[in-house]
Design a protein around this ligand. Structure first.
Ligand code: SAM
Length: 286
């Protein structure tokens, strides 16, 4: 079944009496080249497993199932479960789980379904209303996913890959880049979806680190400092942190001087390694 063919999509939707639901961020892919490319560039061959988030009517799922050992697809919309039974009937390597990915415990899922896979990847055309929550849920799980390859809003992809000093660099860039190396694979125009979203999209690949290049001694403090630094990004780092961490403004200034940073530096200029250094020094002075 060609699930990117518009008349097939309409036939499937009519047969099951469904329409796309905005509240679940449903924009189905209708250009076959895109799921094929996500599956090709986002997985690692026929010995690997893939966790898919939000299979919709099974378009990307089909492209994945043809390439990899096993696909587990978590879908929140109960109306799509019988549809997926129908559209994916020919694949015996796909398991559909009805649930909210943000409430799905991932470790038991990995143990139950992917124990015999060499590596596990995540692939998805994500619902845009919770993109950032889903990505953080996956990376913070610290589970051994090899890479996440996900369709997101283009503007969000730009923020994830942004480097210090650029206007897109922010808390979410730093948070994601702490866990993995992010790259933008390709852009996708609205006309490739049903219905067409109002924004451009892009496919992002995040290769998760086995060993993180930046290893702060005080991880909680490190994350807290990054959050404070970007909460009020117009403020200097000194003013953003003053009164909110356990050292005085004077001591903070000394830390910055020690690290050869100007006293008026803003968080948006700092690399993860510099944030880690600052957190380590503040942590030492407890
Ligand atoms: N993969 C399909 C495709 O590419 O055509 C559909 C992608 S659509 C953008 C997003 C999908 O995620 C929908 O099927 C939606 O119902 C599902 N979804 C939304 N929120 C979810 C959640 N919290 N957990 C699991 N699936 C979710």
């Amino acid at each position: 079944m060609n699930l990117t063919d518009l008349s097939t999509v309409r036939h499937v939707m009519e047969r099951f009496g469904i329409s796309t639901k905005k509240k679940y961020g449903q924009n189905f892919l209708i250009n076959a080249a895109i799921p094929e490319r996500i599956a090709e560039e986002g997985t690692g061959g026929d010995a690997c497993g893939v966790l898919e988030i939000g299979p919709g009517i099974g378009t990307l799922t089909t492209a994945l199932a043809k390439r990899v050992k096993k696909v587990v697809a978590v879908e929140i919309d109960d109306g799509l479960i019988p549809v997926l039974d129908y559209t994916l009937a020919e694949f015996d390597n796909v398991t559909v789980i009805h649930g909210d990915i943000l409430k799905t415990p991932l470790l038991p899922l990995l143990r139950e379904h992917f124990a015999d896979c060499e590596e596990v990847y995540v692939c998805a055309n994500l619902p845009y209303y919770i993109t950032s929550d889903i990505i953080m849920y996956l990376v913070e799980s610290q589970l051994p996913f090899r890479a996440l390859t996900v369709m997101v809003q283009k503007e969000f992809a730009d923020r994830i890959v942004a480097q210090p000093g650029s206007k897109e660099y922010g808390a979410v860039s730093a948070a994601v880049q702490y866990y993995g190396k992010a790259q933008k694979l390709f852009k996708v125009a609205p006309g490739n979806f049903l219905p067409a979203p109002k924004v451009d999209s892009a496919v992002l690949r995040i290769d998760l680190y086995r060993e993180k290049p930046v290893q702060p001694k005080h991880e909680v403090l490190f994350r807290y400092i990054i959050r404070l630094a970007f909460e009020q990004r117009r403020k200097t780092l000194l003013n953003a942190l003053a009164g909110k961490v356990s050292v005085t403004k004077q001591e903070l200034t000394e830390i910055l001087i020690d690290l050869s940073l100007p006293a008026d530096v803003r968080g948006e200029r700092l690399s993860l390694a510099q944030f880690a250094e600052i957190a380590d020094r503040i942590g030492q002075r407890f």
